[in-house]
Ligand binder design. Sequence first.
Ligand SMILES: [Ca+2]
Length: 83
Amino acid sequence: MYYSNVIYSQSFFAERFFYLFDKDGSGFINSEELMEGLTLLTNGSKLEKLHFLFQVYDVDGKKCLNLVLFKKHSNLMKKVTNG
Ligand SMILES: [Ca+2]
């Protein structure tokens, strides 16, 4: 999966959320994985939500975002930390 020139569409987010929820990499999300993911998104701390958001954009797993991605999504990150 390579997203360097991707338009960030709903399918991008659906694929990234699916990948992150599927903790065991089985290609399926079981009920425990779903509950864990939804609990994080609904009841997680701001830091946990921000970490999840970071993982959404860190598509290559290098644990860093380039400047273009950072600028593009900084407003969304502000919403997560303020919400
Ligand atoms: Ca799974």
